[in-house]
Design a protein around this ligand. Structure first.
Ligand code: HSE
Length: 434
């Protein structure tokens, strides 16, 4: 059978990795796909010194790939929302299947893209958009399709995890570690996407959609970054038996769906609490499967290429099949998506870590306890440290049981109004993941 012809748009980290894996493993890939996969054209602006592309036609215009009549599958690896959206829509319009690693594009424009793809009977595959080399989209969409998914929780930004790990293990500063992640090619073009949780929220939006059968709703995700975390909180968490991770949590409740990214205390003995450096991990809890954990490289040239090429193999296997009988883009049949609402963060529920800086006066602890009990907040443990020499204040660290966020907000407001409490109360959510 003639090989399937592919056009690669973008020859950066992921594009270069995809080209190299396709060349190196051509024989294995053809044995799996049933046909060879040939790179017929590459859209490239800056040569990639890691790729030997002599003999492969190139262009500087990505749209030349989307309109090239020879090409069956367009691989979009240029990133960003604007040109990438136009490119993918143009490729679909021209009847081409698409493989993309672009989480921002899928999270923000996925509903439009999948509708267009259905109209044209083509596949849009996006395994590489979430957690790089971990095949977690396939696992949730196909491997766990018997389940009612209860929740998904993941460390889905390698840069953020690398920063937190280095801060905890080596006491390095935030800026120093971020610069290293950028040099290693893990960070986004705009690193605020990594440290403010936007990149993780893109990925979580996609995971929630395929886990719960809801449309993509990135605009409703709650996003809190790691830039305000202090070494003091990292150390107090450690002393209490927890690790702080930047976690994406999507949970299905009777009232709606929680969709939130924020720093989170996790018990130190959970496997996921021990996922360090740039590695990613996603836990999925299904009613039948129980908890499952998917671990691996969340970014990088070849790990991400592994997912792109796996999607290419899937597309080649399915391209001659009846579009009605393919795996739906978002796991559920498009006419069966649910309108279950995304909950505002105030309506989400978790346990909390609170750090209060108080004057060393009698009765402060009693006032704190009464503010919490008046709002039905159950204290799990309290740790009071010695008076700090530099400011004469006493750090008081509390862990609460699970409670709706609005009650914690009210309590924090009341705590900050106490005469003996100085400065803002630090609040970090706690998830036990059991
Ligand atoms: N900037 C992302 C990360 C790359 O650090 O995880 C992979 O999406």
């Amino acid at each position: 059978m003639k090989p399937v012809k592919v056009g690669i748009c973008g020859l950066g980290t992921v594009g270069g990795g995809t080209f190299n894996v396709l060349q190196r493993n051509a024989e294995e890939i053809a044995r799996r796909a049933g046909r060879g996969i040939e790179v017929a054209q590459i859209a490239v602006r800056t040569p990639n010194p890691n790729c030997q592309i002599t003999g492969t036609p190139t262009t500087s215009d990505v749209f030349a790939i989307a309109t090239n009549p020879e090409i069956d599958i367009v691989v979009e690896l240029i990133g960003g929302y604007t040109v990438a959206r136009e490119l993918v829509l143009k490729a679909i319009e021209n009847g081409k299947h698409v493989v993309t690693a672009n989480k921002a594009l899928i999270a923000v424009h996925g509903n439009e893209i999948f509708a267009k793809a259905r109209e044209k009977g083509v596949i849009v595959a996006f395994e590489a958009a979430v957690a790089g080399g971990i095949p977690v989209i396939k696992a949730i969409r196909e491997g766990l399709s018997a389940n009612r998914i209860n929740w998904v929780a993941g460390i889905i930004n390698g840069t953020g995890n690398f920063i937190l790990t280095e801060m905890r293990e080596k006491g390095r500063t935030f800026a120093d570690v971020l610069a290293e992640a950028q040099a290693l090619g893990y960070a986004e073009a705009d690193p605020t996407f990594d440290v403010e949780g936007i990149d993780a929220a893109h990925k979580l939006t996609i995971l929630a959609s395929i886990a719960f059968g809801i449309p993509l709703q990135f605009d409703k995700a709650y996003t809190e970054g790691i830039t305000k975390l202090t070494t003091a909180d990292v150390n107090y968490a450690e002393a209490l038996g927890y690790r702080i991770k930047h976690l994406g949590v999507a949970r299905s409740t009777a009232q709606g769906i929680e969709l939130r990214v924020h720093p989170t205390l996790i018990p130190a003995d959970r496997l996921i609490a021990n996922v360090n450096g740039v590695m990613n991990a996603v836990m999925v809890n299904g009613d039948a499967s129980g908890s499952t954990l998917f671990y691996g490289a969340g970014a990088g040239m070849e790990p991400t290429a592994s997912s792109v090429v796996a999607d290419l193999v899937d597309v080649v296997r399915a391209m001659t099949s009846d579009p009605e009988n393919r795996v739906p883009h978002l796991a559920f049949q498009p006419d069966s998506l649910s309108a279950h609402p995304i909950l505002p963060i105030e309506a989400c529920e978790s346990a909390y870590y609170l750090r209060i800086q108080a004057k060393d006066h009698p009765g402060v602890l009693a006032q704190v306890a009464s503010i919490l009990s008046e709002r039905g907040i159950n204290i799990e443990s309290i740790m009071q440290k010695d008076v700090e020499e530099h400011d004469g204040l006493v750090p008081m660290i509390l862990l609460t049981h699970r409670v709706v966020e609005q009650r914690i907000n009210d309590a924090i407001q009341a705590l900050e109004a106490l005469q003996d409490v100085v400065g803002p109360v630090v609040r970090i959510r706690v998830e036990h993941l059991n």
